[in-house]
Design a protein around this ligand. Sequence first.
Ligand code: CAA
Ligand code: NAI
Length: 725
Amino acid sequence: MAQYARGSTVAVIRLCNPPVNALSRAVLQALEDGLKKADADPSVKAVMICGENGKFSAGADIRGFSSPERSGGALGPIVSLIESSEKPVVAAIEGVALGGGLEVALGCHYRIAHMKARMGLPEVTIGLLPGAEGTQRLPRLIGVPAALEMITTGKHIPATEALKLGLVDEIVEENTIEAAIRLANKVIGQPLGPRRLSLKPVPKLPNMEAFLDKALVKVKKQAWGCLAPELCFQAVRAATERPFAEGVRRERELFQVLLSSGQAQALQYAFFAERAVRRWATPSGASWSSAAPQPVRKAAVIGLGTMGRGIVTCLVKANIPLVALEQDLENLNKGRKAVMVLLEREAMKMEGGAQTLDFHNPARLQFTVDFDQLRDVDLVIEAVFENMALKKEIFHKLSKICKPGALLCTNTSALNIDEIASATNHPQQVIGTHFFSPAHVMRLLEIIYGRHTSPTAIATAMQLAKALKKVGVVVGNCFGFVGNRMMFPYIQQAVFLLEEGSRPEAVDQVLEDFGFKIGPFRMSDLAGLDVGWRSRKDQGLTGPSLPAGTPARQRHGQRYSPLPDLLCEQGRFGQKTGRGWYQYEKAGGRTATPDPWLLNFLSQYRDTHGIKTRFIDQEEILERCLFSLINEGFAILAEGIASGPEHLDVIYINGYGWPKHRGGPMFYASTVGLPRVLAKLQKYSEAHPDVPGLRPSAFLKKLVAVGNPPLKEWMSYLSQQSSKL
Ligand code: CAA
Ligand code: NAI
């Protein structure tokens, strides 16, 4: 709601809808009532609009967009009503003014902001555009280039930048409300015409057409298949070409297109899914509501390879004092140099630079080869080679050296957390914290609890994710956890498709067209084919421990493709060696080009194994890769490894480049329709009976049998008894 109060001359309208003063129907009605009341009261000479609890408003109530009667058009007329007021209206912006919240402020004649406030039009990030005339007013106020940037990226900008752009008239360090009332009193009686943005022309650029054409190319390139950025662009373009009222009409049309697009629903689902996973729970009853984190005053990272370097960078950026440990001086020096390069780069991006990060201060970041230096740390993250014996040796050491309450985390990508914990005296303190490469960039932190992990340990790891500005997702312990476990069948299908007649670039293209930033073969080349090879050797699937006489394309009675192993045996590890599924300009090169050698190799391979090549269409590529991944997701849910489909989706969006505008794999399955996913899996499974990844999961079958319920009801069909499906 909005509270109305009258001072001597200034009426105050306060938006109240905790926690973020979202503009629900009730708030809008109260705002409109308040404006009308102020207008009708002759003793009121000016109006001030602010938000309750130090926040202006985070905009429209996103939950409201999913209700059919909601068209998003209710706010525009109210913004117009504010602007047309004959009494000056001042916005007092504290905390956030986002989306519809900022559009309300744009309707005001003056804007004053607290210096810590943030402003933005993030509608594009939830698949929409600022539909309350924001695409028409903002360019008139701050010019087309800055408005386009804000509207097509959804970026939040700090008050200092808003002042430079002319988005606000003033910023204050102290009481914003009092300053706004002072301003309101000062401007009483001044002409309002020049303050009404709808009456202003859009500032001209020397060559607007050329600027817009170039901007459109950039917007399309960054959109990666997402519709909203381009439609945001079109709405701003309309502001440059048409009078205000016509621009508003165009904005409304485009808004309706987006509102009814599946992409907006997917992005809004993703917004809430990211928040839902914060409320973690485990099958044993531990949960976010009862577990409290323990403080992390000092941390340590063991191993400064690819992952350790990024993890150190994250911790330094989060201002956590840190000890970085390597196995010997040579690796320590190598790791230290790499860490410094990363930190210098990060510092350049930050206001205040190296001083803010303070990484040259040994009290904040210490490098060592001495385990004794870990005596007083509250948390350790181990990131040494993926080798169980080595990890156990390290955890045994840690359990002896660290204080009993220290949290012992492993960055393993697939190994058993319980087995690692068994090497310690404090298995309740052991937890998986699975970062994604590059660790200082990727937002996902998969948090894996073992059989003995305490609720406090989980809560502490979740708190750490928040401190590192990452999305923590709590999952159970199984081989590959959630993300990699779902990835295995996906990669497996991609390789089988090659055996059957496809090419790496054809498979990658289909998945990149779907929206992945990078297809499975380009991804394997980037990550290094040797990583999986080592793991398969450890599992006895290839290499010297493979029993003599094992059929080349079969393991444990299931179909197996030795193709990736054969590439590794040829020294083709991907980008690092300049050759993999593709060829590169040099070792470490990044430009993938199809390799005639590989085509030749594949054809010989098919001849050797008597595989008949066939044409494989795009639909089959997409379905076999994605549906097998989704199928594994259903198995994971049935086993209780994750507490809901949102967890899987948040993991895939933030850790595996799944296109956010498709909402994550499980959401995508719900949009395709579970009966269709099931029917296709059945069809492929019949054609490939030796591939368990294509055999439909019992949980998927059950959901189809009970009538394809909406995603939010899926988990209710997993009773205690059926969780062993
Ligand atoms: N509508 C409904 N609920 C919202 C909301 C919104 N606009 N913004 C936040 N919330 C909810 C969150 O879901 C969360 O709820 P739970 O506690 O139940 O999980 C709660 O408010 C607090 O939000 P956060 O956990 O995200 O808190 P934070 O402090 O980390 O971030 C924020 C605050 C920066 C405002 C962030 O919530 C945010 O970015 N919100 C979305 C802003 C947005 O996209 N606004 C545009 C809306 S569309 C619009 O306005 C359309 C139009 O023009 C017609
Ligand atoms: P890496 O090989 O790049 O680095 C490992 C580092 O550990 C090396 O610098 C090595 O000197 C150091 N080390 C080895 N033994 C040590 C010891 N006894 N004491 C101290 N340091 C020691 O490996 P990478 O890629 O960083 O992987 C580390 C862990 O992270 C592995 O468990 C891996 O599975 C996991 N992981 C890797 C990802 C990746 O993309 N590379 C992604 C997510 C997890």
